[in-house]
Design a protein around this ligand. Sequence first.
Ligand code: ADP
Length: 420
Amino acid sequence: MSRYESCLVLNAGSSSLKFSVLRRVEATDDLQQVLSGQIAGIGTDATFEAKDANRRVVAERRWNAEDSQRRGALLEYLLAWLGQALPEDRIVAAGHRVVHGGRAFSRPVRVTPAVLSALEALVPLAPLHQPHNLAPMRALAASHPDLPQIACFDTAFHADLPWVASSYALPQELADEGVQRYGFHGLSYEYVSQHLAALRPELANQRIVICHLGNGSSLAAVHAGRGVDTTMGFTALDGVPMGTRCGAIDPGVLLYLMREKGMGAAELEDLLYRRSGLLGVSGLSNDMRALQESSDPAAQRAVELFCFRVAKEVAALAGSMGGIDALVFTAGIGENSPGVRAAVCERLRWMGVAIDDYANSRRALEISADDSILPVFVLPTNEEKMIALHTLAVLAAGAPHGREADEGLTCSTARTPATC
Ligand code: ADP
């Protein structure tokens, strides 16, 4: 008999399938991550690695080139392995990270054939991510038809952006067909803003700028827990420079490249998504840590450009809200790079931002100096937990006679604060 109810969270990319299992802790009604890991190198040289709650590697495996291409079989391997590794757990649902919900999906939704078709129609809006997000849903629906699946969207948090923040100054007919600013990293913003509100209730209704700085980076303006502006737009290419993505760029550059260099869509896509950003500027690496450790002037330039653009966007988003009451750093760079945080904050000194070097170097929760006008926080993001909370909440909402309905999760599919 299963002792625990757990949720499987899947985040599928072009060559990787990241997974986490979060177990419901009865006493606290909280969720605890018990396993996480990924199958990497899918399509070429697939490897499997799983870690326990203490980040200790508990399983590894490698496949040959032929087996590495069998995506369905790799997913089945994962499920079978989880069954063995967690004999006391019953996986009650799978929650999927889906990059694009378009206009139709402004909250997590149970996956049905109709939902899958609607999500399929959004592939042109996110061709590099959406097809991979959907593939395991289809595979699981075929192999485990009784397992409820819930899709959670990176765009959903931004679904209520004011029209001035969601619109491009383009002819209306383009807006009518969906060419608008959507924003991404929403699951991270949702988690971080709720977590901050839980830790500092006095900030719950205030104006916060959250800097999600990772391999993919964006910033969001959050007022009273709701997204009101963000740096990414129609695609995840806009905004600040990223590991290999250029961020905002004058569209005239693209016209120049098309006209003068004869570049087509595929070539431009490769340039803008895979050869730009930190990698393009430095010519060395897309990895912030490697660049910060390098003494190469090109590496330093890439870091400086990144910090300049992040600081500029903080100010722009504060402008969108008519002010700012707190600044938050999160994700790989935001959580782990005191140097980036210090450089960004230094550029925001005019706004009254001052950080405490010791607190910053130790990654304290609050890194602002006592005399800082603006409080500055570092909060680890946890998109997996947000997905699991949503997944179980959708399940509970759809299961009026189930135990879930009675237990009343703290996170609902509507935007009520959750204790994350
Ligand atoms: P993803 O968008 O793929 O989820 P992450 O949020 O994991 O990315 O962030 C990855 C980035 O975080 C990389 O650029 C990496 O160099 C950076 N990073 C991780 N640890 C550190 C560190 N200690 N110092 C500077 N950068 C770091």
